[in-house]
Design a protein around this ligand. Structure first.
Ligand code: SF4
Length: 287
């Protein structure tokens, strides 16, 4: 009996230790987050699936992920990567009180040709009805974005972005974006697969650059990244270098974690000026 009591005491002690150490981990995590806002906080996928449309789509992570989710029976992926709306997720942001930065459709493209206009209206209705959240909408379908939004009011809590992976398909998308009256207009230069040369950055508020990940990733040359950084700095546009991906700064292929996110030895992750104003944070980009 005595032995049993002792054993239960030991177990209780060990459980407490585990709880304490878990709490400490949580505290440390929260402390870190206070000093560092990631480029987005949550994803919201009111639609799922997509169709490859340009060079940036070649190794689409959403396609690989969709196949896995189909295997696990997740709603919205019954037909794998085929585009479909997911009405069961439409109202998710309405249920969340905490102000959150949402990346809209990480697994799809909101302006996909098969997206019904009435459903797009419902998505924007949710956005309008949740002014406490911020929505980052990124697309490769810049023509449809322009056609849809130029006839409507763009809610203040919408940030609009286009992908710019190369000159031929990426750069023309910027022209479709630049005159839309969104609070933040950003470029997602990911995956960067060639030198972009001179970029017209007029009316652009934020530029994110990153390399490709995965076994079949295409290399990203350091000079291509520096070329964009120089142009952003010259025009006082916040520049966010996300990661090298599978190919390192030295041009060697290795684990993306080892390649990291330092550019010339420094983390360079600036945020749009609106974040600086709203959160009174330092935007030097150095952490
Ligand atoms: S647009 Fe985005 S989600 Fe759609 S296929 Fe291309 S990379 Fe994938």
């Amino acid at each position: 009996m005595k032995k049993k009591i002792l054993q239960s005491e030991v177990n209780a002690f060990l459980t407490n230790e585990k709880i304490m150490s878990r709490l400490q981990e949580e505290k440390d995590h929260l402390k870190k987050r206070k000093h560092k806002i990631e480029w987005t906080e949550r994803t919201w996928n009111p639609s799922a699936g997509c169709t490859k449309i340009s060079s940036g789509c070649q190794n689409c992570y959403a396609e690989t992920m969709a196949k896995r989710l189909q295997g696990s029976g997740v709603v919205g992926y019954e037909n794998g990567f085929e585009f479909n709306t997911v009405p069961s997720r439409l109202n998710d942001p309405l249920k969340r009180k905490k102000p959150t930065v949402y990346f809209v459709n990480s697994m799809s493209d909101i302006f996909h040709a098969d997206m019904p206009e009435e459903y797009l209206d419902k998505i924007f209705e949710v956005i309008t009805n949740t002014p406490h959240h911020t929505y980052q909408i990124l697309t490769k379908r810049a023509d449809r974005m322009l056609q849809y939004l130029s006839q409507r009011h763009i809610p203040k809590n919408v940030w609009l972005g286009v992908t710019v992976e190369n000159k031929q398909q990426g750069l023309p998308r910027i022209d479709k974006l630049r005159n839309l009256p969104a609070s933040v207009k950003f470029l997602s230069v990911e995956p960067l697969i060639e030198d972009l040369g001179d970029i017209n950055l007029r009316n652009i508020d934020w530029v994110i650059v990153g390399g490709e990940s995965g076994n079949r990733a295409r290399p990203m040359d350091k000079q291509w990244v520096l070329n964009i950084k120089q142009q952003c700095f010259a025009e006082d546009i916040p520049f966010f270098f996300k990661q090298w991906g599978t190919w390192g700064e030295d041009g060697i292929k290795r684990n993306k974690k080892l390649n990291g996110k330092k550019l010339e030895g420094k983390i360079c992750q600036q945020y749009p000026k609106i974040i600086e104003q709203q959160f009174h944070r330092d935007n030097s980009g150095e952490y």
